[in-house]
Design a protein around this ligand. Structure first.
Ligand code: ZN
Length: 369
């Protein structure tokens, strides 16, 4: 196992509602000069509401691909750990939503607006609450630190936004690109390292042993040791050994001294058993490579994105390089990736749980040991 997996889709910049007119005007002019899409989007600022809309649209696509575990107790438990960790982040009141995806693949995905996803397979591999807190802290940081724009810039899309594109078209395009980036783990290493560093600080502040993330990554690396290529969401991460070494040094230098692992509560709440990576069954798109059905799916917005963003408009409004150039290019570089391509559950309905402040406080008192 050479690299770790984590996937985060983050937000790119939040500000007041800038003039749509002005933004689109700049986009239009840039298109005429055949600048890269990343250049065109440099000044594109999204509002917090748009961030949430994008996160919801991305989440809908993930839920459709992998299904959702239809268990309120499991969602309540993961949400409590996530809320306690997010409480010490710099966006504690974002309106966090934690979703458990119904697949044996080991993955985690962060989407703009506070949508954090973790798979059933990841929960099965995790041994205690401190490890879960470390993984969620990493994903939460992808959200709070707004890493998405970096990922989109790195993806080197060749399309250009046409003069006639609306703001909604641009947002729809960004959602599609972010979804692709998310599944392909195209994250900047600096962003991954920052998410590790800040994520374990958040877990430590909540009272969890800060080595939880490193313990989980080490176990994951052991599980994947016979794979020729990185698998799953944490695939954009640096080599596990150096990553864990860096975390260990940070724990010492920053004197992160919390000790709670809360294993008993974890095992009482989560009873999934991990599957060997070689036993994971592929779902739609598992054939991978250039003609992957999943790649085609990624190029076409699913019905789930219809509600917020106009469907189909963008493809025709992108320049001559076509909207899906980036998707096809990345599909060509796809290899075997059992975690990404794992079969998902049939029910994509989100499980909404209500968490009260009193519940969080009571839960927090259980973080000890
Ligand atoms: Zn990550």
């Amino acid at each position: 196992m050479k690299r770790l997996l984590c996937v985060g889709v983050l937000v790119f910049g939040i500000a007041g509602p800038a003039s749509a007119q002005g933004i689109l005007g700049r986009l239009g002019r840039a298109a005429n000069k055949v600048e890269s899409l990343a250049d065109q989007l440099k000044d594109f600022v999204i509002t917090e509401q748009e961030e949430k809309d994008m996160g919801e649209a991305l989440s809908a696509r993930l839920r459709e691909k992998y299904g959702v575990v239809q268990s309120a107790p499991v969602h309540t438990y993961v949400s409590l750990v996530g809320r306690v960790v997010a409480a010490s982040s710099d966006r504690p009141n974002l309106g966090w939503t934690f979703i458990v995806l119904d697949t044996d693949g080991v993955n985690a995905f962060a989407a703009p607006g506070g949508y954090v996803h973790i798979t059933r397979g990841a929960l099965a591999l995790i041994d205690n609450e401190a490890e879960l807190a470390g993984v969620l802290g990493h994903e939460i940081t992808h959200v709070t630190a707004k890493h998405t724009i970096n990922a989109i810039k790195k993806s080197k899309v060749k399309g250009a936004v046409a003069e006639s594109a609306t703001r909604s078209d641009v947002l729809e395009y960004l959602v599609n690109q972010a979804y692709d980036n998310l599944l392909e783990n195209q994250y900047d290493q600096k962003d991954e390292t920052a998410s590790d560093q800040i994520g374990i600080r958040l877990a430590n502040t909540a009272g969890y042993a800060p080595d939880g993330l490193g313990s989980f990554l080490t176990r994951l690396s052991e599980r994947n040791k016979d794979l020729k290529e990185p698998s799953g969401v944490f695939a954009s991460h640096p080599a596990t050994r150096s990553r864990v070494d860096r975390l260990t040094k940070q724990i010492t230098s920053e004197k992160l001294t919390s000790t709670a692992t809360v294993e008993a509560r974890y095992t009482a709440s989560i009873s999934y058993a991990p599957l060997p990576v070689t036993s994971i069954v592929g779902g739609e798109g598992a054939s991978s490579l250039a003609e992957s059905p999943d790649a085609k799916k990624a190029a076409t917005p699913t019905p789930a994105t219809k509600s917020k963003f106009g469907l189909g408009g963008l493809t025709s409004k992108l320049g001559p390089d076509k909207a899906n150039t980036g998707t096809v290019a990345s599909a060509g570089s796809r290899g075997v990736n059992p975690d990404r391509d794992a079969k998902g559950g049939a029910n994509s309905r989100i499980v909404i749980v209500t968490i009260t402040p009193a519940q969080i406080e009571a839960f927090r008192r259980g973080i000890s040991g």
